[in-house]
Design a protein around this ligand. Structure first.
Ligand code: GDP
Ligand code: IMO
Ligand code: MG
Length: 430
């Protein structure tokens, strides 16, 4: 019963979409278990670029089915746009994209709350994507959410929206002095979308468990990354869900014993979008070079990503939380032209050396990263197909990461294209 979890180990944008696409060719179902359209997963196939926000990256393989799990928050307007964009590119989702009926919806008032709260936070803002993620999950937790299955019945949908609006309208009007859409307008705008989604709404828990019973292969696609996890990340500068593998059980409805493997995904350096601590951030030329060569601009918001050296301290914490012992390292090619490279091996924190990312760290200036310098390799790695053909400096860099973290690097990505991938161990599904 193979259920392989693919999860980001840094602050998101590790290249999960690309790695999912590479492995989806040997999967039967790809299922997203958390997050929403705050995610932006880019896949490049034969020079054509696809950016997926809600739909699992497996959709680009025509024989693979995809599920948006109950742990995801779905903006129906965005989902319909995304389906249309795929269909315009010749990719049909018909009969192979499913939505778990228990997934919660992001509605216009969630987006409005997100944007208004960020504005009010001023300098202390989280730097959210403004997609309403935190407020949709908030409503789920306080039990006033609207779910995908509510879109199957107009009366029920209208009733749920009215209950939520009774809560939000006075907040917008009296507290924020902001205009707020009326409940009827919202119902008239969103409910008609159910015509296009109705056929896809299923009992996702039964779907996933049927695949498992039949011994078919499921790839659980994470969004964001461990350091953005609501429980384990750099709170409050996090997202509002659990990208960590625990989120798979609650986000799809599967027992933990069915998880057959966890593949952690990390960039060969580190990036972050939004506010919050980032100890190895580079604000100099090297950071600019990483951003430029790595094209580090957000796939969702277009914001420049903050860039820095590979951080083994962050990674040790992520490996501890996720239990991953196998890693995919992406964007190795971005480092090709650097004369020297640094890896952060420890932090000096409160007068001591620490190897694990400290819980509760809110400010990078509370830690001093300790670096090890390695020589660069000065050769192009894109196009290389086997580990042995990589320049010796690149292998030394990867092997030092393996040694510092006690993991196996099983996939190395050397370019955005599907083909630019070195697979060292073909037995992910065992
Ligand atoms: P995700 O959110 O984890 O799926 O990652 P994103 O798609 O947001 O960001 C990763 C970016 O790097 C995308 O633009 C990918 O096309 C690109 N990418 C992925 N792997 C590689 C690689 O090995 N080398 C290079 N140069 N780009 C890559
Ligand atoms: P993928 O799946 C990088 C960040 C935002 C912000 C914080 C909270 O592409 O890796 P939110 O809108 O979720 O309430 O914002 O989380 N963030 C991401 N950063 N990649 C992502 O997704 C992200 N999704 C959210 O920038 O700092
Ligand atoms: Mg992304």
């Amino acid at each position: 019963m193979p259920l392989l979890v693919l999860t980001g180990c840094q602050w998101g944008d590790e290249g999960k979409g690309k790695v999912v696409d590479v492995l989806a060719g040997s999967a039967d179902l790809v299922a997203r278990y958390q997050g929403g359209n705050n995610a932006g997963h880019t896949v490049v196939i034969g020079g054509k670029k696809y950016v997926l926000h809600l739909i699992p990256s497996g959709i680009l393989h025509e024989d693979v089915n995809c599920l948006i799990g109950n742990g995801v928050v779905i903006d129906p307007e965005v989902l319909i746009e995304e389906i249309k964009a795929l269909e315009d590119s010749g990719i049909s989702v018909d009969g192979r994209l499913f939505i778990s009926q228990n997934a919660h919806l992001i509605l216009p008032y969630h987006r409005l709350m997100d944007k208004t709260m960020e504005r009010l936070r001023g300098k202390g803002k989280i730097g959210t994507t403004g997609r309403g993620i935190g407020y949709a999950y908030g409503d789920k937790i306080i039990r006033q959410g609207v779910r995908a299955l509510d879109m199957l019945d107009k009366e029920r949908f209208a009733q749920k929206v009215r209950i939520a609006m009774d809560f939000y309208t006075p907040i917008f009007e009296k507290v924020f002095a902001e205009p707020c859409p009326g409940a009827d307008d919202m119902i008239d705008r969103i409910f008609p979308l159910s015509d296009q989604l109705r056929e896809m709404i299923v009992d996702g828990v039964t779907l996933v468990n049927q695949y498992l019973e039949e011994g078919r292969r499921i790839l659980a696609e994470g969004a964001q990354g461990m350091m953005l996890d609501i429980d384990f990340g750099t709170y409050p500068y996090v997202t509002s869900s659990n990208p960590s593998p625990g989120g798979v059980c609650t986000g799809l409805g599967v027992g933990p014993q069915f998880i057959s493997g966890v593949l952690g995904i990390a960039k060969a350096y580190t990036t972050r979008v939004g506010s919050g601590p980032f100890p190895t951030e580079l604000v100099d030329n090297a950071g600019e070079q990483l951003r430029k060569i790595g094209e580090e601009y957000g796939a969702t918001t277009g914001r420049p990503r903050r860039c820095g050296w590979f951080d083994a301290v962050v990674m040790r914490r992520s490996l501890q939380i996720s239990g991953a012992r196998d890693l995919a390292i992406t964007k190795l090619d971005v480092l090709d032209s650097f004369e020297t490279l640094k890896i952060c091996t420890a932090y000096r924190y409160k007068g001591k050396m620490v190897g694990l990312f400290p819980s509760g760290l809110e400010d990078s200036s509370d830690v001093e990263p300790i670096y090890e310098t390695l020589p660069g390799w000065g050769e192009k790695t894109s196009g290389i197909q086997t580990y042995e053909e990589l320049p010796s400096g690149a292998r030394a860099y990867l092997e030092r990461i393996e040694e510092l973290l006690g993991v196996r690097i099983v996939i190395i990505s050397v370019g955005p294209e599907r083909a630019d991938t070195i697979i060292r161990c073909p037995t992910f599904w065992s």
